[in-house]
Design a protein around this ligand. Sequence first.
Ligand code: PBG
Length: 329
Amino acid sequence: MAIGPYPATRFRRTKQGDALRRLVLETSLGVDDLIWPVFLRDGTDDETPVPSMPGVSRLTVDRVVSAARDAADLGIPAICLFPYIDTSFKTELCEEAWNPDNLSNRATRAIKDAVPEIAVMTDVALDPYNINGHDGIVRDGRIVNDESVEALVRMAVAQADAGADILGPSDMMDGRIGAMRAALEDAGHTDTCILSYAAKYASAFYGPFRDAVGASGLLVGDKKTYQMDPGNGDEALRLVQRDLSEGADMVMVKPGIAYLDICRRVKDRFGAPTFAYQVSGEYAMIKAAAQNGWIDGDRVMMESLAAFKRAGCDGILTYFAMDAARALS
Ligand code: PBG
């Protein structure tokens, strides 16, 4: 990379006005890059605000259908569903997770019926259904891998049956992508995409999400025996390689802003469709500072989303999706 000496090179030449700045802009965010995560609850024509996520509510199925309509009208390509499950449905074996008529599957069907053009992504993990709050089945205080994978496979097939376009396994059990892919092929769901949460860290940034899905009070211990240590980077590449080889179509890094180095390494190494999840705690921090008047919330939102594009991401799961789409239109 040759750079002439001053004054042959003046970096300020291309910064003089909006036209020149737009011409030399290297990456930019578009509405096509956005996946909107939403929370579901039971009932009709109602919603419950999530206190730790200002502007975010749990929506009843009819309201999530209208939300999906609005999102599609703004050009957002995908919506991602997370159910808030009443404690009475939570068990040690998480059977509600593969009930064909559970909240998530009912919402998927309703959205695909009314707004077929938006892609529906679902969450494959047991935590909303687990009396222990863990993503896998707990036996004698341990999260058992292979039995959890069997449950996750049932859950994945039920979600594909309901019409989900993209399955998002967020559980971090070993072998789940291969097992799900085989079961989907067997069930005739040859076109269901898997967006694997491949490099998912054991992060304190998930706090508000656990409130939103009602898992905070229940979680016994932590998720460090399956989610990644924040100090690790090479391991993320091995996980991504593993999940791609088992049949993932797209991969995710999570959380987002604190892990942009991982996004860049994953994109450079594999060239696969790469996504980042700007998680609940990241959203909450920006919202809280903005509410205090300490930062310009709209500008920080757009700047944080642009950073994912610069880091090589093809798209971002973000609670800001609707606000960002409006700002872009
Ligand atoms: C759990 C799951 C989590 C998130 C998505 N799926 C939390 C966790 O692993 O405890 C976090 C999303 C967010 O914080 O916005 N399966």
